[in-house]
Design a protein around this ligand. Sequence first.
Ligand SMILES: [Zn+2]
Length: 431
Amino acid sequence: MVEVTRTVVVESAQLPRKVFRIFVELEGMYRNMVEQLVLYAVRNELTSFTRLKALKYGELRSLYPQLPSHYAYTACQDASTRAKSFSRLKKEGLVRKDYPEVRKVSIWLDDHLWRVKSLTSIEITTHRGWIAVEMEPHKQFWKYVNSGWRLASEAKVKLDKKSRRLVVYLTFKKSVEAYRPRGFVAVDVNENHVAVLVDGKAHLFETNFRAVVLGYYYRRKRAQEKYGKLYGVNCRVERKVLGKLKERKRKSGLKWKLANVIVRVAKERRYAVVLEGLGKKPGKEMINHVKDGQLRHRVYQASFKGVQKAVEEKAKEHGVPVIHVNPKNTSRMCPVHNTTIIYSNGSRIGKCSKDGEPWHRDVAACYNLLLRARLGCGSDAPSLGWLAVDGSRVPLGSTATHDPIVVTRALWARWKPLGATNKHELMRMSI
Ligand SMILES: [Zn+2]
């Protein structure tokens, strides 16, 4: 049994000015607490929530005696999370500032600070007592409510000052039982492709996430130069322009789509998904050519962790087992002869140093993942078919080892996550 968690964002109805003002006051106090706590935590190298609470709770209570006491708890949680991620970034050399800036604030709520009143309204406690807030639920919200997810006790609230609404971040949870796999779908993620091996057929999904990230980076730089000169560094106009670039949204939309495709294929066949076990610095060697530290960070955040995590999350949600295997040399070794594959001139197609059969590097990687999963997990999965583990039979007449089916981004990006059309496309692809 695994627990799956999803955040769903719902807006409230527009609040009367008087009511909204209470939330503005609440936010001000909460922000002040978090700012003080973060400063204190970073200065004293404290990242533990319990330590921070033990040291500062009394002080916070006397600072805002009119606030419900649990805001002091959640402010400590919020601050220790911020302090933790700041000190991690600092260690990696990704921030120059000495103290983190508390710019965006969402108010963290625990089970003492809010409650559900009805399916479409909640109540939040404030320094002025409990306030009922009507919500404007959407399709996705109802999907979670109606499909066996339960609402968790923690929530966050952000203020949308322009429209006088609260933006409520609800957390839904579900327990899912994974099935016993009858086979494997091997998934190899690299900078620009995701290779998927199903039943002896390799599919190469073009992602070009690297280009997306690089493109954004350079546009951001241009915007900074342009508006930085006019209005100063990190000004409002610049932030607005950058927000419009919508990098995050675009990338995450695509990666979830791809994760959906992969997980669905596995679920239909009751297979497990096999992924590389990534260390803390996934794919670092692949972007050694990128000099800029910040950029490097973004590139592998985007292309590796992102897709891997999306596949893992989706798999969890659907009860699809995930197997992690050792990623070492997956594209360098011939999966049949266990000898090196020789690639010349940066080509993605190489030759086995023993028998000279051709291998596409992403396909070889997938087969190695598959072999490692099969050897490592001792499951009841059927044999790999034509690919004999002892290397006695190789389908050299076949093009399967070096000729994956390429699925361009233009094609898969149009697939609807769960529509009938996808199924059709995939069926056609795998014939
Ligand atoms: Zn070979």
